[in-house]
Design a protein around this ligand. Structure first.
Ligand code: NAD
Length: 258
């Protein structure tokens, strides 16, 4: 379905981004990976799916590096554009507002929100010229509702839901769509840190901490998986998604239904 298309997924060396990159690759898209940590493992996982894969290590808090990544991605695989842009890179910090380190606030807004403004503005002209494009923003249940001690994260995720709607509206008469995915808890390194913190604070086991975390928010008592989220991204890229514009689709075990 996506053969001949280039998909750039930010923050795709791990977790949800890697899951989405693999789901798009299974549909034939060639993939540009981005993110920190192990690169060779994720590259090999994508290559094993029979598509082309490239990597750019841009730091999503640095606009000049984002510009370089966008030029690099568009030039890969003998094409001149990014067809599918998945804005996924994200970080978290948990503290009350009065204790929140200001540099953590700035980093979260830059990586979780502002980076998507830069990638989107740089990807749009070529998508519009081709009259086809998909922009998928990985927001969160925290793009729709809030939790205490996550001010910067909740602000960034509500912000990216807003950016999703504006991007969708500005391109509504074209073949370019923009939508957001709003996961509940997904057991990635980002959430494992919160499980570990809870286990340490309450002196309980990892398994008990996971149950507590789920029990606070997620009626299904199940983590959503990167593979499930990847299939939602595939749907947005399908022909059935042609007129799905500006939605913030939660896949959250009932979190925001409450
Ligand atoms: P993760 O920590 O497993 O992955 C984050 C990815 O972003 C990694 O590849 C990391 O290298 C990359 N990254 C971090 N800082 C970066 C930077 N400055 N520049 C470039 N890349 C950077 O986390 P995850 O849980 O897979 O999170 C992915 C996205 O999903 C985030 O936007 C997160 O907010 C969102 N999300 C996660 C959950 C969850 O429960 N895990 C729930 C809702 C939304």
């Amino acid at each position: 379905m996506l053969k001949g298309k280039t998909a750039l997924v930010t923050g795709s060396t791990s977790g949800i981004g890697l899951g989405i990159a693999k789901a798009l690759a299974r549909q034939g898209a060639d993939i540009v990976l981005n993110g920190f940590g192990d690169v060779e493992g994720p590259k090999a996982e994508i290559a094993a799916l029979g598509v082309k894969v490239a990597y750019h290590g841009a730091d999503m808090s640095k606009p000049a590096e984002i510009e370089a990544m966008m030029k690099f991605a568009a030039a890969q695989f003998g094409r001149s554009r990014v067809d599918i842009l998945v804005n996924n890179a994200g970080i978290q910090h948990v503290a009350r507002i009065e204790d929140f380190p200001t540099e953590r606030w700035d980093a979260i807004i830059a990586i979780n929100l502002t980076s998507a403004f830069h990638t989107t503005r740089l990807a749009l002209p070529a998508m519009r010229a081709a009259d086809w494009g998909r922009i998928i923003n990985v927001a969160s249940a925290h793009g729709l509702v809030a939790s205490a001690e996550k001010s910067a994260y909740v602000a960034s995720k509500h912000g990216i839901v807003g950016l999703t709607k504006v991007t969708a509206l500005e391109n509504a008469t074209t073949g370019v769509t923009c939508n957001a995915i709003c996961p509940g808890w997904v057991l990635t390194p980002l959430v494992q840190k919160q499980v570990d913190a809870k286990a340490a604070a309450l002196k309980i086991s990892n398994e008990e901490a996971k149950k507590l975390l789920l029990g606070e928010k997620e009626p299904s008592m199940q983590f959503t998986t990167p593979d499930e989220l990847g299939e939602l991204a595939v749907f947005f890229c399908s022909a059935a998604g042609n007129n799905v514009r500006g939605v913030a689709w939660n896949m959250d075990g009932g979190w925001v239904a409450q």
